[in-house]
Design a protein around this ligand. Structure first.
Ligand SMILES: [Zn+2]
Length: 336
């Protein structure tokens, strides 16, 4: 005969088991549920036909997350350069490392043979992991925080190929003038931390600590654009900076309050007088860099919410909000 105590214990266990199963089911469902980007197709900047590319003085190519190629026909520069995009299972349970063959393929597909610089917005793996291998294959100088410098050292890049930068630094590459502005990362569970010694992959994903986040102000002749890789800001930090275009990181923005979104818009867009916003860092970077890119899963972000909010606010403020197609050249300043 089973005692009453055992019966209660059995029921509690059964209840817990059902709860755990339900939770696992919910997580699996959210991890695979991604909002459709179809509603925003009309907001996409048109890809330039091959015959028109050379006539555009400053052009860009979006390559997922915050990887963006900028070129004036003489001095190509790349933001981040993240191509390996390891699958979710490896990111969570395994160790990750750059994939030189995949990086070579990706660079070739983008038409990149040489780069003056690869400039990294912060040191999380989805920005900085491939940076030194991209530099190795293209001859680029690695430009980034002290943590990014340690990622480059860990990959064996020579010191004269690494330029550590901090708030206020100015660099020139051909006709590009770069101003580095200290910023903040979006508030997430992985925000913060530094990489204080050369990092030798394969390593666990969290070992790519943030290392401080940077805003990149890029000027070229009369053109000015700001690259904001992560949805964070330092209040007042961009006061007096004027740009036409902001490449606006929206990763994890969908999980913030509307008050946070309004502050972010005020600091990055209203405050800089930008007339166009190109959202970046909206794609699921655990999937390969194939077209069409898919939005980040509902488990970690609400891209739909961010896009609807940005489009409504853009309409109210007469700011043109446009996604950029992956792998295609666009004129970020067209029509401004
Ligand atoms: Zn990050």
């Amino acid at each position: 005969m089973v005692s009453r105590g055992w019966r209660i214990a059995w029921r509690v266990l059964l209840g817990l088991g059902v709860l755990l199963l339900a939770l696992a089911g919910w997580v699996a469902w959210q991890a695979h549920r991604r909002p459709s980007l179809a509603p925003y197709a009309a907001q996409q900047l048109p890809a330039l036909p091959a015959s028109a590319v050379a006539q555009v003085p400053v052009r860009m190519m979006f390559l997922g997350v915050a990887t963006v190629l900028l070129d004036d026909g003489r001095t190509p520069i790349l933001i981040d350069g993240f191509f390996t995009r390891p699958p979710l299972r490896r990111v969570v349970f395994g160790r990750i490392a750059p994939d030189p063959a995949l990086i070579r393929q990706s660079l070739a597909r983008a038409g990149i043979t040489r780069l003056a610089a690869v400039i990294t917005v912060h040191s999380h793996y989805d920005h900085a992991m491939d940076t030194p291998e991209v530099a190795r294959q293209t001859g680029a100088l690695v430009v980034g925080s002290a943590s990014t410098a340690n990622i480059a050292r860990g990959w064996g890049l020579a010191e004269d190929r690494i330029r550590t930068v901090a708030d206020g630094d100015e660099l020139q590459f051909g006709d590009w003038r770069l101003t580095v502005i200290g910023s903040r990362h979006a508030p997430t569970a992985v925000t913060g931390g530094t990489i204080d010694a050369p990092l030798k992959p394969p390593v666990r994903a969290p070992q790519y600590a943030e290392g401080g986040s940077l805003s990149l102000l890029l000027r070229h002749g009369d053109h000015a654009l700001l690259v904001q890789g992560s949805a964070g800001f330092v209040p007042g930090k961009l006061a007096g900076r004027r740009v036409a275009v902001v490449l606006l990181g929206i990763g994890a923005l969908g999980q913030q309050s509307d008050a946070y979104l309004a502050d972010y818009w005020r600091e990055l867009v209203s405050g800089t007088g930008a007339r166009r916003v190109v959202p970046i860092h909206w794609d699921d970077f655990t999937l390969p860099l194939a077209e069409p890119l898919q939005a980040a899963p509902a488990l970690i972000d609400d891209v739909d919410h961010s896009m609807r909010w940005l489009l409504a606010r853009g309409q109210a403020d007469r700011v043109d909000v446009r996604l950029a197609p992956a792998w295609g050249w666009v004129d970020p300043f067209a029509g401004l």
